[in-house]
Design a protein around this ligand. Structure first.
Ligand SMILES: Nc1ncnc2c1ncn2[C@@H]1O[C@H](COP(=O)(O)OP(=O)(O)OP(=O)(O)O)[C@@H](O)[C@H]1O
Length: 366
């Protein structure tokens, strides 16, 4: 399978803090890779690094290999990645050779498939890829990326996107006439994703695409990402804390990459991750702590929050509802999700309740 590879990334701040540590991960084309891990583990730092942004004076090493080659489905030739086969204004003809960081030398452009993330030239290569839409980035704080004085339509126009369509992202196109501050946080995230996907990227990096969205909107965002992957053959790296949405919508063969302390400790399928069968103990613990069926929470309220009376009545009713769920939850998901996860071991859920532990669980936590 064709993959985009991130290899041996280290990022150390001037004060000595190491944020990313020998981080490597393969991003298969045609699949979403869900990046999960605790707050502060380094998820946004990795996303920003792949978009060509690093904290000032940070020491960075590592490579991004865009993979593929001419003629492969869904891929573009390496030379095009630095602009020599791309739009003329990307590289050279208007004195913009520095867009690809090479001053237009063909031999330098030929190495653009592998980007040295630790060099200024590498960051310029990434910037060039972003300008051409081959690499797209939907950041966590999307509001910051839109100039406050521009109406969104004008912003899209300047970004070379003449006919933006927000409807697939659950928004009216009349919103294009607004300024960024006139949208909610969730709305601006969706606009950011619309911009990121406008050029059919080869690699899409999105930082918490479902944050701030209600479950229905979150599900439709994942559907949009899924379409990008299946239709365009892109590799998608998507940060999420929303394991419920992931469980409802991800394909079983999508990938989960688990980051801990700046290092990828595990990469496995969504199915293996959510069923807590991952090889890595931290991955299993993370999955075991997740309310994977989100739409059907079990009220395991601790005594000091709800009291035993609450559990005795409501909990049993909810447990009953839980057991009525169809095995594969297909009916609860938008679009064609015939292969949709999850499989939840209800025996373990019931045992958890009976043990009166305040804890979410799915399957055997090992
Ligand atoms: N520019 C910076 N200067 C100093 N420390 C930074 C900087 N950027 C990130 N950090 C630190 O690096 C660590 C990783 O931050 P990062 O934003 O990547 O975490 P995260 O996994 O995305 O967290 P969250 O899930 O809360 O968004 C944190 O401890 C953060 O405080």
């Amino acid at each position: 399978m064709n993959t985009i590879a991130v290899s041996r990334c280290c990022l150390q701040l001037p004060a000595g803090d190491r944020i990313l540590s020998d981080l490597s991960v393969e991003l298969p084309m045609g699949r979403i890779t869900w990046l999960v891990g605790e707050s502060g583990a380094g998820k946004s730092t990795l996303c920003n690094l792949l978009a060509g942004l690093t904290p000032a004076r940070a020491q960075v090493t590592g490579h991004l290999d865009m993979g593929g080659g001419s003629g492969e489905p869904g891929t573009r030739g390496r030379a095009e990645e630095c602009g020599t086969l791309g739009r003329a204004d990307d590289c050279g003809t208007r004195g913009r050779a520095d867009d690809c960081g090479t001053r237009g030398r063909a031999d330098d452009c030929g190495t653009a498939g592998s980007v040295d993330l630790g060099t200024r030239r590498g960051r310029k290569l990434l910037a060039g890829m972003r300008r051409r839409g081959e690499l797209a980035w939907a950041p966590q704080n999307a509001m910051d990326t839109f100039p406050p004085r521009l109406r969104l339509r004008e912003w899209f126009h300047r970004a070379g996107i003449e006919s933006p369509d927000l409807v697939p992202f659950g928004l009216e196109n009349t919103m294009l006439e607004r300024h960024p501050h006139e949208l909610s946080g969730g709305q601006i995230s969706r606009v950011s994703l619309a911009a990121a996907l406008a050029h059919s990227p080869r690699l899409l990096v999105c930082d918490e695409p479902t944050a701030g969205l209600d479950p229905g909107q979150a599900d439709s965002m994942v559907t949009v990402l899924d379409d990008c992957v299946r239709g365009g053959g892109a590799a998608v790296l998507a940060v999420t804390h929303d394991l419920s949405s992931m469980a409802r919508n991800a394909r079983p063969d999508d990938q989960v990459a688990v980051i801990f302390n700046g290092h990828i400790v595990d990469a496995c399928s969504v199915e293996v991750f959510l069923s807590t069968r991952a090889d890595n103990a931290y991955s299993r613990a993370l999955a075991a702590a997740a309310p994977v069926t989100g739409a059907h929470p079990l009220p395991l309220a601790p005594d000091h929050l709800g009291g035993r009376g609450y559990r005795e009545g409501d909990e049993l009713r909810r447990l009953h509802e839980f057991e009525q769920l169809p095995d594969d939850l297909t009916g609860a998901c938008p679009g064609d999700r015939s292969g949709t996860f999850p499989h939840v071991d209800r025996t373990v859920v019931r045992e958890t309740i009976e043990c009166d532990r305040v804890e979410w669980t799915s399957g055997d936590a090992g």
